[in-house]
Design a protein around this ligand. Structure first.
Ligand code: ADP
Ligand code: MG
Length: 355
């Protein structure tokens, strides 16, 4: 049996055309991406799209139907090879924190360190508790810690044996929103400090963006695009990525020049890098904050619903074509449903798909 050298950092993990499923049926299809040393990657997609299935295949719990997974040039999974999970030097953190209730915090973290000399193991526990902001918690028991504290311990436990790669499956979804907002950037910092490569699974875009260097956007078992948060937001390659990330919507438009499209909201100018011919019918990507309320605009729509968001109103507005779009307005502009309001579009870069 081959085993990977321990205590070495991951240089790269490469997935090539990975298909995984259950009972002969494919769930994840032809997934390919690469994760480099010290990178934090993320599988982002709606519930049920196959994120956990792919993560389990990387951990060694699901055999591959096609393709291969390599770590540092060595195949760890293919249809004919499935290296045992414990030989992959991969750590895991799950949504249900699952600390051992009858063990102290120190014993929980030291769980994977049985092969270490006692002194080195104790030092590692102390170091990690300090890193996750819980120094002095060694002798406490899990039940006496808050959810966020327990998740920090779970992270320390997974990191303790210095895995090559840390897999995290929705690790924050059991926590309330405020705690999550604090914990996510903290955990990114901890992983970066340890230069640990990690792969996060989440359905939450904000979490993905706050945590990851590289995001793979998935839908129905397929990876649509892998890129930086900036790239998947600003240069979405498929309609799914465009609409899933940032609540994108599509405004019907017609190309009317090298940097111009015509729509219900007039001519919209911006960088256009798709090279569509004039008069091509397209769908222009717009985000909720791209259309603003403007009393002076000649272009109007009728409010069909509204939300007060404190600093602003978010309206749903019906255009003359019947298309309904989002519109931002400052919170001083309190209009009622049924009222007609002026609209302008603010876009620098035009992202569009052929209709
Ligand atoms: P996600 O993590 O993106 O929510 P999952 O990978 O958990 O998605 O599930 C993807 C699909 O695979 C779902 O339709 C789910 O019902 C199915 N599935 C998950 N685990 C199993 C299993 N052990 N046996 C059969 N089907 C499964
Ligand atoms: Mg899942």
């Amino acid at each position: 049996m081959t085993s990977l050298p321990s205590h070495e950092k991951l240089k790269e993990m490469t997935l090539t055309n990975v298909t995984v499923g259950y009972d002969g049926g494919a769930i994840v299809k032809e997934a390919s991406f690469q994760l480099l040393e010290g990178q934090i990657g993320c599988l982002l997609g709606p519930s049920g799209c196959g994120k956990s299935t792919l993560l389990r295949a990387i951990a060694g719990f699901e055999p591959l139907m096609t393709g291969e997974i390599k770590i540092d040039g060595k195949i760890i999974s293919s249809p004919s090879i499935t290296i045992n999970p414990e030989e992959r030097h991969i750590g895991m953190v799950f949504q249900d924190i699952a600390l051992f209730p009858h063990l102290t915090i120190a014993q929980n973290i030291a769980f994977g360190l049985t092969a270490w000399p006692k002194k080195a193991a104790n030092e590692r526990v102390d170091y990690l508790l300090d890193l996750v902001g819980l120094s002095g918690f060694q002798a406490r028991y899990p039940h006496s810690l808050s959810g966020g504290q327990q998740q920090r311990v779970a992270l320390a436990r997974a990191m303790a044996p210095k895995p090559k790669l840390l897999l995290m499956d929705e690790p924050f979804s059991g926590l309330d929103a405020k705690l999550r907002e604090e914990l996510v950037p903290d955990i990114r910092e901890i992983l970066q400090h340890e230069k640990m490569s990690a792969l996060l699974v989440t359905h939450d875009q904000m979490e993905a963006f706050a945590m990851a260097d590289q995001v793979s956007v998935m839908d129905a078992g397929e990876i649509h695009q892998t890129g930086s948060p900036y790239e998947v937001y600003h240069q979405p390659e498929t309609r799914f990525v465009a609409s899933f990330i940032g609540h994108g919507d599509f405004l019907p438009a017609t190309v009317c020049g090298p940097d111009c499209v015509h729509s219900d909201l007039g001519n919209i100018h911006g960088d256009l890098d798709h090279g569509f011919a004039d008069n091509t019918d397209v769908d222009l990507l717009i985000r909720p904050d791209d259309i603003l309320h403007d009393d002076d605009s000649e272009f109007v729509g009728v409010i069909v619903s509204k939300w007060f968001r404190g600093s602003h109103f978010l309206y749903r507005v019906k255009l003359s074509s019947g298309k309904v779009v989002y519109c931002f307005a400052s919170s001083h502009h309190n209009h009622h449903v049924g009222q007609e309001i002026g609209l302008t579009v603010h876009l620098d870069h035009l992202v569009m798909f052929p209709r």
